[in-house]
Design a binder for this molecule. Sequence first.
Ligand SMILES: NC(=O)c1ccc[n+]([C@@H]2O[C@H](COP(=O)([O-])OP(=O)(O)OC[C@H]3O[C@@H](n4cnc5c(N)ncnc54)[C@H](OP(=O)(O)O)[C@@H]3O)[C@@H](O)[C@H]2O)c1
Length: 446
Amino acid sequence: MAQPNSVQQRSVGITLLGCGIVGGGVARILADQRDLIARRTGLVFDVRHVVVRDPGKARCVGKLPISTDPHAAIDDPQTQIVVELMGGTGIAGELVQRALAQGKPVVTANKSLLAARGRDLFALAKRHHTAISFEASCGGGIPIIQALSHGLVANEISALVGIVNGTCNVILTRMTNEGWTYQQALAEAQRLGFAEADPTMDVSGRDTAQKLAILASLAFNATVAESDIHIEGIDTLDPLDIRFAKELGYVIKLLAIAERGDTGALSLRVHPTLVHRQDVLADVSGSFNAISVYGHALGHCLFYGRGAGQMPTASAVVSDIIQTALGTAALAFKQLNIFSEATPPAALLPFEQLQSRYYLRVLAKDEPGVMAQIATTLGKYQVSISAILQHESAENNHVPIVITTHLAREGALQRAIKEINSLPVIQPPAASLRIIDQPKESSALS
Ligand SMILES: NC(=O)c1ccc[n+]([C@@H]2O[C@H](COP(=O)([O-])OP(=O)(O)OC[C@H]3O[C@@H](n4cnc5c(N)ncnc54)[C@H](OP(=O)(O)O)[C@@H]3O)[C@@H](O)[C@H]2O)c1
């Protein structure tokens, strides 16, 4: 039964630029939850224009004010908030710029636009005393931007480790559970709509890196660009490594990692990683996302939920629209240090100096003394072995030998691998992956 409404209602005019997957979801929530939103916030949204490319296309919500003229829609004096859900960095950037230049606040889910033009657009918004909100740009429906900029603001953050690309997680989950190859798992993900026809941005790790740049900037009060991040994707992953990792008690996940080391320098990286079966991130399957944050006061905190898809992403966009209409987004935007010239660039730990545990797989001749040669080479570079796994069966007189190491330096490990690859008893190339152990919780907690 409808509850009596004690909040005075206010109408707010909005323009949606784009009505595809996310825009359609936003239109649906605004239509279906109109009463709920009005009861909770006193706001009634008047969707004045829905700008699309093809006005003839069927939409998931009926009776929308469809238009193909974005300029008229933005310039309409009754448009008070512009919601950019077109994607890309071209026309979307130009339209966001137009709205901001008129002092109109913008809500966007477009991390590519932020990665490419965040600094200019944020400066423009500040010059015109307006705001940009971007909750849906990272982690879909998970309110991680809110959490980092508000809920965790009292914490000094030591690490942020996340699974933030649903496409890669769907592919890796299939490869792990079904023993499929990368190509088989990708084809299935495309058939089910989890991967785009051109999956490059996702599987190369770039999408994950763009999200990490935003999350790390917020978490560490530093300017982080995509180019500051070491990126490796999942497209060259061999199912053999997934199988061996499983035997050793690990699951392979594409992780976004930002970690502050003892010197204060930030290690920023995206790569397939061995995660121990008992780590909470190991259980994050399919299209789900999760982000572990380590704060000095709170300790370990996990944000888990749907990182993409129509309604989860629309949930975050509508939250931003409401915060914008209420005026809280403008206050939050003023104190945000992201994409600001005043925010110093992050002090980066060179990737070579990363300290990590490693997984190595080499294909070696099945003959005496081979193990000793590998161990000697690793020892020469101060890489110490933690465990060895070898099966009896040999193909073409070669056997895979799997080694896990104690903590070693990335540079030293890569030099050792180069030398191992040149040993006559080895069939190159050796495969190597990093192993993550849960970052330590702050000593302030103990
Ligand atoms: N999909 C997700 O799960 C997800 C999750 C998080 C963030 N995002 C981000 O959300 C944004 C939108 O993604 P989406 O998946 O909703 O994209 P989409 O389904 O391709 O929708 C894009 C919409 O923009 C319209 N459009 C594109 N170019 C246009 C132009 N030049 N003029 C007018 N209209 C134009 C399209 O019109 P037509 O409908 O007529 O083609 C369509 O309605 C992207 O930045 C994306 O990265 C998406």
